[in-house]
Design a protein around this ligand. Structure first.
Ligand code: SAM
Length: 279
């Protein structure tokens, strides 16, 4: 019988955020797959645990993933952790999850801290519908394409950013999306935690005067939804009524309204006629 794969969220700064279940699962797993074994060792020391560690990070995912899967199929259980927060979210893990799913290995999430969700709930921006956009690419073309694809996005958008790229990202966001509201959370759960709720231009001004330090989550307001357009026929009929009030004949009013809205002239005329019959 295969063992289980546990996806274990770890603190994003404050070690008191370790849940009881997170500690229990780390203690009970046969081995731990970690993004950086040195970082995870500090966490295990804090918990007073000693466990065999294997490394599983972006550039050894395939090779290490095969070894982890073979141990799981052999009956061992594995806890997967990253340096901070929830595995898979802008972090390694998606590959091993899909391989385990395909091989029939049971996968369980041990939920906990995630900077994106903490930033979102602190933002004060609508959270009913949101999208996670991760890090913007450093490659100019894909960055431009990514930003262009977000222009009409009406959901609240969440980004991760490193301090040295924050200013250029704020400027690019403003250039592409306009001067929207943004909530910037830095150093969440840590000593210098701060959330600023500004506009993109105000944020650029702020961080020009005060160079950014620490880890950042940006939560950007979505685009305003387009006002709902009445169907062509309805708009044409309203216009035609107005033209008749201004003195045009029903025929001319229907023709003009149809030209302006793209509706069929005959149906506008017929609708006017029907209305006149009803009166
Ligand atoms: N998997 C992690 C999670 O669940 O949040 C995210 C990993 S990603 C490699 C690291 C990025 O998350 C950082 O560059 C920063 O944008 C964000 N982040 C992580 N910890 C943070 C914190 N304490 N405060 C603000 N942002 C944080």
């Amino acid at each position: 019988m295969p063992g289980k794969l546990y996806l274990v969220a770890t603190p994003i700064g404050n070690l008191s955020d370790i849940s009881k279940r997170c500690a229990e699962v780390l203690g009970a797993a046969d081995f731990i797959a970690a993004e950086d074994t040195r970082v995870t060792l500090r966490l295990l020391n804090h918990l007073g645990l000693k466990k065999p560690l294997v490394s599983y990070y972006e550039h050894n995912q395939q090779h290490s993933g095969r070894q982890i899967l073979s141990r799981l199929l052999g009956g061992e259980s594995c806890a997967l952790v990253t340096d901070a927060g929830t595995p898979v979210i802008s972090d390694p893990g998606a590959g091993i999850v899909s391989e385990c799913a395909a091989a029939g290995v049971e996968i369980l999430a041990i939920p906990g801290p995630c900077a994106a969700i903490a930033g979102l709930i602190l933002s004060g921006l609508p959270a009913g519908r949101f999208c996670f956009e991760g890090f913007l690419s450093m490659n100019k073309k894909s960055r431009r394409e990514h930003l262009a694809s977000l222009r009409g996005e009406t959901r609240t958008m969440i980004f991760y950013e490193a301090p040295h790229k924050l200013l250029s990202t704020l400027k690019d966001l403003q250039e592409s999306l306009g001067d929207r509201r943004v909530s910037i959370s830095r150093e969440l759960t840590k000593l210098h935690e701060q959330t600023l709720r500004l506009t993109l231009s105000q944020a650029t001004e702020y961080f020009t005067a005060q160079p950014p330090r620490g880890e950042f989550v940006l939560v950007v307001e979505g685009a305003q939804p387009e006002p709902e357009q009445a169907p062509d026929g309805e708009r044409a009929l309203c216009l035609a009524r107005e033209y008749m009030e201004q003195g045009l004949s029903a025929k001319d009013a229907a023709r003009r309204a149809a030209n302006e809205t793209g509706a069929a002239k005959n149906s506008v005329y017929a609708a006017l006629h029907e209305e006149a019959g009803e009166e």
